[in-house]
Structure formats: C-alpha cells, structure tokens
Design a protein around this ligand. Structure first.
Ligand SMILES: [Zn+2]
Length: 336
C-alpha cells in the first residue's frame, strides 16, 4: 500500500460517502500512515506540490498552492484521509504558487512561516487590475493552446501544459483572492509534537528566497522541501543566495531521509538532494571558471545546459541563472 496512488482510493471514498473528492489538481500519494503527498498535475492549476500530515488528531498542511480549486481539493482530501481538522498550515516561502490557498483555511488554523515570508506575502500583494489581468491571461492561454495543438515533442508539450496550468490557476484564483499572511513565525526551528508524530519545521537560512522553511518528519524520515529542492525542473535563482543554498542542501543531507517531496516535480528519495546540490555546485563552478578565465558569459552560453539537467523542464531558465550566479560571484570578489 506504501506507494498506492490515492486517486482511486479517493474516488472510492467519494462513492462511499457521497462527497466530491475526485482530484483534478493533485495526485495524492500515501507516504506512510497519516502522511500524504499532493503532487501537482501539470495542467491542474495548483502548480506546486503540497503535503498532508496527521500529527494525531491534528493535521498540518504544507504549502497551499496557487489555485483555490486545488486548495479546496487539498482540504477535502485531508479531511477525508485523516478524519481530523486542519490545525496548522505552513508556507515554505512567499511565492503565490505556495500561498494563494491560505485564504481557504478557517480562523482556527494557525499559518506558520519564517518572518521574512510573512513580510514578503504582505509586501507583495498583487496590484494588477483584475480585468486587465484576465485579458492578458486569456491571450496567453490562447497562444499556449495553439502551441499545444502544434507541438509534437513530449517534453515541450509537458512544459506547455505546466504553463497552461499556471495561467488557468491565476485566472481562476485572482478575482476572489484575499491575501492571508501567516500568523506564527519562527527563526530556526518550530517543533509540533503531535500524539502520533513529531513535525520539525526548519529554517536554515537564505536558499531560493531569503525565507525558505522546510518540513522534516524524523520518525518517518520524510522531507517536504518547498523550492529548496526541485526535481526535474530548473529552479529560479533570481532571489537566491546560490552559495548558501548549496550549504543548506548539504546540511539537509545530514538528516536521515527515505522520501522527499520537492516543491515541484515527482516524489523522490534522497538522490534528489544530491542532484540539486550538483546542480548548484555546477552553476557555481562554471560561473567561477568563466571569471577565472576572463571569458564572457555569452561565450559560455553556447555550451548549453550540462547533462543530466538538460533533460529538466524549462531549460531556458538555466541561462538567466548562470548570468545571475556570475554576477553574484563577481560582486563578492570572484570567489565562492
Ligand atoms: Zn514554487
């Protein structure tokens, strides 16, 4: 039963209870008793993954997704699967694909993050005009739908589906969006001691953003990483501290871990920590070489994305990340 996709279980329970819990936005997977991964579907609109953890009578949700439809699905699945109320929500960082579902949790739910994330959620309230945004999104979706019809390459089709999911999630959520910031913040570690398990929320410092926290379940050896770890998709580095991020992953690797739910991409084991460390290390080394040999960033661009990362989604991000890391190293005196 360990790896059973809960899709079928949820459909079955729908029939049994009459509740509509059939997932469109996530695929739910049981990791162990009381712990579930909600893995975002490419065109489902939630964009990022989420976690459901039964602490024993109280439930913790890790990340709330972009689309409110997805968050409703997450809440329904959590109640169906655990039979308990959602006591806690944690936001791994402030980006909308991890926080826009916050408004759907009741007043009795405590929302937790780092202090930076709470501030960034409040300071980055979207200010777009809803009508203008809707028109822009419809234009983008029309283009994406037509490129999906023309595209034959499997990877390019999947990327297009992810983009469609993002814009659909944005369009569906924006008109009713109410920004809800975390109500509890912590600096290093917050331990939730439930009746049946312990959940450690940890902040190791500036990684993909200055405020990324992650969730570790020590008894289960399960890690929910937020965007500190991506699996099969290039991360955005523009708000990162690449050197510190690498150190944080190395520190994470000291935790005994069997299963990892990355912020984006499929479930994995601790191998995806190694890959993410290799990814950042590779970028730092290439940018350093570029500086040492006095070669231009443009010159190195022609070399493209190194394997195995050329198989990841959104190769176009790599180039801007490379330029960013190069700038960071240059600004810090050219040494990492
Ligand atoms: Zn994300």
């Amino acid at each position: 039963m360990r790896n059973l996709s809960l899709l079928y279980l949820l459909i079955f329970s729908t029939l049994a209870t009459g509740q509509i819990v059939q997932p469109d936005c996530f695929v739910f997977e049981k990791l162990t008793d009381g712990v579930y991964a909600a893995i975002a579907r490419p065109d489902g609109g939630s964009v990022s993954n989420a976690g459901i953890v039964d602490l024993g009578g109280q439930v913790l949700i890790f990340d709330t997704g972009l689309s409110q439809a997805g968050t409703r699905e997450l809440i329904a699945a959590a109640k169906e699967l655990t039979g308990h109320d959602i006591a806690f929500v944690a936001n791994s960082h402030y980006h909308k694909d991890h926080t826009w579902g916050n408004q759907l949790f009741g007043q009795g739910t405590i929302i937790i993050s780092s202090e930076y994330t709470r501030r960034a959620i409040l300071e980055n309230r979207p200010k777009d005009d809803a009508t203008e945004l809707a028109a822009l999104v419809q234009q983008r979706l029309a283009k994406l739908d037509s490129s999906l019809r023309m595209e034959t390459d499997k990877k390019a089709r999947e990327e297009t589906l992810w983009n469609i999911g993002y814009y659909r999630g944005l369009a569906a959520s924006y008109p009713d969006l109410r920004i809800v910031a975390p109500t509890m913040t912590f600096s290093h570690e917050l331990i939730l001691n439930g009746e049946t398990r312990t959940a450690r929320l940890l902040f190791y410092g500036h990684a993909s953003t200055p405020g990324d926290i992650f969730l570790y379940l020590p008894e289960d050896k399960i890690l929910f990483t937020g965007d500190i770890v991506m699996n099969g998709m290039h991360p955005f580095l523009s708000e990162s501290s690449p050197q510190n991020w690498l150190k944080i992953i190395k520190k994470m690797q000291q935790l005994p871990v069997d299963r990892v739910l990355p912020g984006h991409g499929p479930l994995c084991d601790d191998g995806c920590l190694t890959r993410m460390a290799d990814y950042l290390q590779g970028l730092l080394q290439s940018a350093q070489r570029c500086l040492d040999e006095n070669r231009s960033v443009e010159e190195l661009k022609s070399q493209g994305v190194p394997p195995p990362f050329d198989g990841w989604y959104y190769n176009a991000i790599y180039e801007s990340s490379f330029k960013f890391v190069h700038q960071v190293l240059q600004a810090s005196g050219g040494s990492n």
